[in-house]
Design a protein around this ligand. Structure first.
Ligand SMILES: NC(=O)c1ccc[n+]([C@@H]2O[C@H](COP(=O)([O-])OP(=O)(O)OC[C@H]3O[C@@H](n4cnc5c(N)ncnc54)[C@H](O)[C@@H]3O)[C@@H](O)[C@H]2O)c1
Length: 375
């Protein structure tokens, strides 16, 4: 059982704290934020200790730091925690440059600690069902597909949406990790990328509370259209935009030599997988354990939410001496791919990835059961 300290007590910290008791392998004992009053609030809500950031890093009882800060702080906070001898699990995007990722790799080897990163949604019951269908050759060799993430931005729900529109934000670095991690678990690493981008709005008006009516600057491109070529040969279109009011595109489609497959939302854990040969459609339920409704969403509706399963897998993997699934090689290759999309869009040239990774191990229901407590 690893003792976890959270750094970054904003919006998503509540989900990690609320769900922690459902997982094996770790317990959250403390939290910290650059704004200490936010840590005090979370500590009071969830019954852990509130600390200053340095105090948490110096606390010898903390084994692992969960980095829930904003993207521009991810590298620095992860680096400081590794240098303090802690394992680290970071929210996405893992880092904002390959240099940062390589530096963290070197430091983690020197310090003999592990690094992991979200997203862990690809471990959800729906996505492991998808993975099983691919691995059992149900759809044949994957030759193509498409991904769409379309919305009209983040200023209508997040209380402080500024970071989404600053360097380190944008629809590729923010939403891309869910899609690209999911594709990599199905297809393996990405080889090269061609992309275009656009920024139709230079300012956004916040409509969420407490800052409704306030305008924020848009520093990043907000629409990207890309084609990804994977090492195994498949070509997948990837389109991610915060400039779309409404869309009916399937979020992920995968086309194989035998059948096509419609994959549920890669930002969720549950959902039905649809497979068709053009004449007959089959519907596959998600794997059971990591798709059961377990947590209310913002509207109070019970949904399957297993944010933290990647951290549980990492904690148990450390104890067992095996590789964890949401590992730093995977996270860095995801970032490499996303930065290639941004570079290609900015330069007009094809961009080749320079890192690689293995497909993370599949997570069958029998193994998933060992990572959760309360089912
Ligand atoms: N909000 C979500 O639903 C959600 C979902 C999945 C992933 N994420 C990811 O989680 C991360 C955090 O998102 P959020 O929505 O909670 O953001 P947020 O702005 O609500 O919270 C971030 C917190 O980090 C603190 N912080 C910033 N820099 C710091 C530093 N150097 N040291 C200590 N604390 C620092 C801030 O004070 C703030 O309280 C982002 O990378 C985001 O992409 C968020």
């Amino acid at each position: 059982m690893l003792n976890v300290g959270i750094i970054g007590c904003g919006n998503i910290s509540a989900t990690y704290l609320a769900l922690a008791s459902q997982f094996a392998g770790y317990k959250i004992t403390s939290c910290a934020d650059i704004n200490k009053s936010l840590a005090d609030v979370r500590a009071a809500e969830y019954g852990c200790a509130s600390m200053g950031v340095d105090e948490l890093l110096k606390d010898s009882t903390v084994d692992l730091v969960v980095n829930l800060t904003v993207p521009n702080s991810h590298y620095e906070v992860t680096r400081d925690a590794v240098l303090a001898g802690k394992h680290v699990y970071s929210e996405k995007p893992y880092v904002l440059s390959l240099e940062q990722g390589k530096e963290l790799h070197k430091l983690s080897v020197e310090q003999k600690v592990r690094i992991g990163s979200a997203p862990d949604t690809f471990l959800g019951g729906a996505h492991q069902r998808t993975r099983d269908l691919v691995d059992s050759d149900e759809i044949g060799q994957i030759v193509g597909g498409s991904c769409y993430f379309y919305s009209h931005g983040m200023e209508n729900w997040h209380p402080h949406p500024d970071f989404f529109y600053q360097s380190g934000g944008g629809p590729v670095l923010d939403m891309g990790p869910y899609y690209i991690s999911n594709l990599i678990q199905l297809l393996g690493p990405v080889k090269r990328v061609m992309a275009m981008s656009n920024k139709p709005f230079s300012k956004r008006t916040i409509s969420s509370e407490p800052r409704a009516g306030e305008q924020i600057n848009v520093d990043v491109q907000t629409t990207y259209n890309a084609i990804l070529e994977f090492e195994q040969g498949a070509q997948i279109t990837f389109s991610s935009s915060w400039d779309v009011w409404s869309s009916e595109n399937n979020l992920i489609e995968i086309h194989g030599t035998k059948k096509s497959m419609i994959v549920p939302n890669p930002n969720h854990f549950g959902g039905e997988v649809r497979v068709s040969d053009g004449e007959h459609e089959q519907r596959f339920d998600p794997f059971q354990i990591l798709s059961k409704a377990n947590h209310p969403d913002a509207n109070g509706v019970l949904k399957s939410n297993y944010r933290g399963i990647g951290l549980a897998d990492m904690a148990v993997a450390i104890a067992q001496g095996r590789e964890h699934r949401c590992n730093a090689d995977l996270a860095l290759h995801v970032i490499d791919t996303l930065l290639c999309i941004e570079h290609s869009a900015a330069s007009g040239e094809l961009a080749k990835t320079t890192t690689t990774c293995s497909r993370p191990e599949a997570l069958p229901d029998s193994v998933a059961r060992t990572l959760v407590n309360t089912l």
